[in-house]
Design a binder for this molecule. Structure first.
Ligand code: SAJ
Length: 406
């Protein structure tokens, strides 16, 4: 039995690695020659705790290899990106390309699982793409299923094995076949359903979180207006046995929670009103923070020094994708040309391209930035920052978006 994993990114590579480690011959496919070379050398092109060891072991045991070509296999797992377009619609072109790559290898009876987060109907469409490329096959010859991935970046290796899995078959046979494959490495409960429900389940989980974070973010703006400490307020309210408010911040980042709700909005634009508003509320938070920084700059003068603590999208990771903190830094650099901006991000070695060219910003160690700062903006509650005592901030104006120094 051979499994082909299409797409060796944050989800595909860990999945391929645990499958191979569980004794399934696994061939990963990626369009990036750099990624393919790295994996074949037992290396990992991004940071994820515990992943490297498993990849190394699986490659040296001869169970895991990678290629830029789609391999022939008995089962396929498609884990390619589903970004959104300008109009917030899902871009399914990577899934379509994967399906067209798989189609020529099929002989009948193979299982094709879509893992990428997808709008309702995408799995059926992937099946149709395969059949369109292979008119010689009947629908029953290909088992098509959707099994959304719900692991948390930073804890992928643990959650991959332990999380419950939703398995949505386009037919009951496809669901059963997918369950048997995941049972090779997953100890969580297997929850069988149809493909559309599985697609929606993933989107709804992330929308639930987005809506709840939006509630916290809206509260933080209201509290600033009415003169109440939002963190104390939330802590008090959460003592109620049926209240559990999340934490406000500078916005919502990452490539999941800030994206997935749009797929629901796109699928039901008239009805998904709360979900759309939540997205807009969270997307609007960076601008609100910028407004407060600009106010502080008016007070200190346009040439003041601003320390921005954190660029990642959440604490203790190096991932800057869709990061509201990075967005704040980018806009500030543009709008405050006279200011001296000290960006502090202990998890990276150089500034991302979007900041590197600017004259008024430098990547600075935290102590140096605090010494120089007139304005300190806490954007990410990295471990290194939560350890800073409030007294260390001296006379600087403090804009604390995470409630670290309340
Ligand atoms: N955030 C807040 N306040 C909070 C919690 C989070 O502002 O109280 C912000 C974070 O700072 C970050 C963003 O939300 O910018 C998202 O972070 P996260 O840790 O909540 O989630 P992700 O994006 O790392 O991973 C999510 C997870 N989904 C859920 O918890 C419902 C994960 O299980 C999914 O697998 C992942 O999305 C995905 O790939 O869809």
């Amino acid at each position: 039995e051979t499994v082909g994993v299409i797409g060796l990114g944050y989800i595909g590579l860990p999945t391929a690695a645990v499958l191979a480690d569980a004794g399934v011959e696994t061939i990963g496919m990626d369009v990036s020659a750099h990624t393919v070379e790295a994996v074949n050398a037992g290396q990992v092109p991004f940071v994820e705790p515990g992943l490297r060891e498993v990849v190394e072991r699986a490659v040296s045991a001869g169970m895991l290899s990678a290629s830029v070509e789609t391999p022939a296999a008995d089962a396929y797992i498609v884990a390619v990106p589903t970004p959104f377009t300008e109009t917030h619609a899902a871009d399914l072109s990577y899934i379509e390309a994967a399906a067209r790559g798989i189609a020529p290898h099929l002989t009948g009876g193979e299982l094709v699982i879509l893992e990428s987060t997808s709008p309702p109907g995408a799995t059926e469409r992937m099946g149709a793409t395969i059949l369109a490329a292979r008119p010689d096959l009947a629908a029953a010859d290909v088992l098509v299923a959707h099994c959304p991935e719900r692991v948390l970046p930073g804890k992928i290796m643990v959650e991959m094995a332990e999380n419950d899995r939703i398995i949505g078959g386009t037919t009951p046979e496809a669901a059963a076949a997918a369950r048997d494959l995941y049972a090779r490495f997953c100890r969580g409960e297997m929850l069988l359903t149809d493909a559309r429900t599985a697609e929606m389940a993933k989107l709804v989980e992330n929308s639930f979180r987005d809506v709840n974070i939006a509630f916290a973010n809206e509260l933080s703006v209201i509290c600033a207006e009415v003169g109440v400490d939002v963190w104390e307020l939330i802590e008090l309210a959460n003592h109620h046995p049926r209240v559990n408010i999340l934490q406000p911040g500078p916005g919502v980042g990452g490539h999941c929670i800030a994206v997935d709700p749009w797929f629901i909005v796109d699928a039901a634009p008239e009805s998904a009103r709360l979900i759309r508003t939540a997205r807009q509320t969270n997307d609007g938070k960076p601008e609100w923070v910028l407004g407060r920084i600009e106010q502080a700059l008016e007070h200190h003068g346009a040439g003041a020094t601003v320390a921005l603590l954190g660029l990642a999208f959440k604490p203790n990771i190096d991932d800057l994708r869709e990061s509201p903190s990075l967005q704040i830094a980018e806009r500030l650099v543009e709008r405050a040309p006279e200011a001296t901006i000290r960006a502090v991000e202990p998890n990276i070695e150089e500034l991302p391209a979007s900041l590197a060219a600017a004259q008024n910003v430098t990547l600075t160690p935290v102590e140096e930035a605090l010494d120089a700062a007139d304005i300190v903006v806490l954007l990410v509650d990295h471990r290194q920052f939560t350890e800073i005592p409030a007294e260390r901030l001296g006379r600087a104006t403090v804009i604390d978006t995470r409630g670290v120094w309340r």
